[in-house]
Design a protein around this ligand. Structure first.
Ligand SMILES: Cc1ncc(COP(=O)(O)O)c(C=O)c1O
Length: 448
């Protein structure tokens, strides 16, 4: 009896151990499986949903891995993704500059929250502020005298900071925010994302008829159609915000220094360093600059110093190259010349491909003389605002059937007959796109 009891207790102990081991192994597999499922399913879907509208580089058709490796992330399984404004075109130029634009930050550096406590924008790195002023003076695209520089985590953060700064805190209704269609697709999304009580998206400025204070966003050159723009509502209760992300000489002739009260710029489109997430605002009014600074203080307690220092180094390299023009023939191509030449070539290729069929059309731009380069040329924007002619009503769908991802006109407050296509991708991707576009001769879908 005693032996039987002992046997049972040994057996049950063994049994329990085996069952427990089996359960644990099962559990481990389950955790691994669920984890993988989450990574490739739920998380990815959520991330994609978030990124789908942003002009960033996580593609609807790619995995989460978007390394900075040389393989074009814009092409997967034959699908060319030009739906985002990712400026990878500039990689080739910056590779050539080698160590001149390398930034080394030691472990002890950039530790403090503070950069310049005497400045309204106390987290603004003086090195960055100085080179911003230097570059605007060199290019002649914006007045910097009597302006406050406010740095932001991309001009996206400055956009939100400006809405906060311009909206009366105690108004009975949120302030209207408008922009003329086609407008940058992120404006309505960013404006209404947090359902602020201070401001709200009020749509196409051309259709705005309310008799109350409003903010008008003027993007010039415009994203998506590349046109040079002015305010359209023109009422005394309006406050203007000029988004001049593309007012640089590789995209459009610089006609005169912009002299607006609030101007937004970004390294994303100036030099292509979108990943550094640095933008700046030139702001005339001290109180507005203070409120914008407050917003960023409460939002992110400042802006990465490491990124500001890197952006400063890059902008310095751009400005320095003009000090040395003609001194060293090996390094004769300056940054804006490089950008201008690539864009010129791309727009020529694009127009030739579009002219080969009657299915598409592109906007035309007036000739202008650039005060910076002395060249007379037509705008060669960062985006092509492509129209599907004839019976094709949904241009985004049509191109998708030819394995080209674009962003449809509806996102920009316009017709589905239009799509926006990014022209700032890597050479390989852009050439592939031109090849693909040239082969589309009929309304039939891609059959390969
Ligand atoms: C007109 C315009 N403004 C702002 C931004 C945002 O720039 P950032 O990368 O600095 O946030 C973009 C990006 O595509 C843009 O096209």
């Amino acid at each position: 009896m005693k032996d039987q009891k002992k046997m049972w207790s040994v057996f049950s102990l063994k049994h329990v151990l085996v069952v427990s081991l089996a359960l644990n192994v099962g559990l481990i597999f389950r955790v691994l499986y669920e984890g993988e499922k989450n990574l490739s399913g739920f998380c990815l879907e959520n991330k994609e949903a978030f990124m789908a509208e942003a002009d960033a580089h996580v593609s609807k058709n790619t995995s989460l891995v978007t390394s900075t490796a040389a393989t074009p992330t814009e092409v997967r399984d034959g699908v060319i993704d030009l739906g985002h404004g990712d400026p990878t075109m500039y990689e080739r130029f910056w590779k050539r500059t080698g160590d001149k634009t390398t930034v080394v930050i030691s472990g002890w550096q950039s530790i403090s929250y503070f950069s310049d406590v005497g400045n309204i924008c106390w987290f603004l790195e003086p090195e960055f502020a100085n080179v911003v002023v230097r570059l605007h003076r060199l290019v002649g695209n914006a007045v910097t005298e009597d302006r406050h520089v406010v740095v932001g985590t991309g001009s996206s953060q400055l956009f939100l900071a400006v809405l906060y700064a311009l909206s009366p805190p105690n108004a009975s209704e949120p302030m209207d925010v408008v922009s003329a269609a086609p407008f940058y697709s992120s404006y309505p999304l960013m404006t209404d994302f947090l359902k602020s009580g201070l401001y709200k998206w009020a749509g196409d400025a051309h259709k705005y008829g309310e008799d109350r204070p409003y903010i008008e966003l003027v993007t010039s050159p415009n994203n998506p159609d590349g046109l040079i723009r002015q305010a359209v509502v023109n009422r005394s209760e309006g406050i203007l915000v000029h988004d001049l992300a593309y007012y640089w000489p590789q995209y459009a002739p610089i006609s005169s220094p912009a002299d607006q009260d609030i101007m937004l710029f970004t390294v994303s489109k100036t030099t292509g360093h979108a990943g550094s997430r640095i933008g700046w605002a030139l702001v005339k009014d001290e109180d507005i600059a203070k409120k914008m600074t407050k917003f960023i203080e409460l939002n992110t307690i400042g802006v990465s110093k490491d990124s500001q220092l890197r952006a400063a180094k890059i902008l310095q390299a751009v400005a320095d190259s003009y000090d040395n023009v003609g001194c060293n023939s090996e390094e004769s191509e300056t940054f804006f010349d490089y950008g201008y030449n690539v864009m010129k070539k791309r727009w020529k290729q694009l127009r030739e491909a579009v002219n080969k069929s009657s299915l598409f059309s592109l906007p035309d731009f007036p000739l202008g003389t650039c005060t910076f380069s002395g060249r007379t040329f037509k705008s060669q924007p960062a985006f092509a605002w492509l129209k599907c002619e004839g019976e094709i009503e949904d241009c985004e769908n049509f191109l998708q059937s030819h394995k080209v991802v674009s962003r449809g006109g509806k996102h920009f407050g316009d017709s589905t007959k239009y799509v926006r296509i990014c022209t700032l991708s890597r050479d390989e991707t852009f050439n592939l796109f031109i090849e693909r576009l040239s082969t589309i001769k009929t309304r039939n879908s891609y059959t390969n």
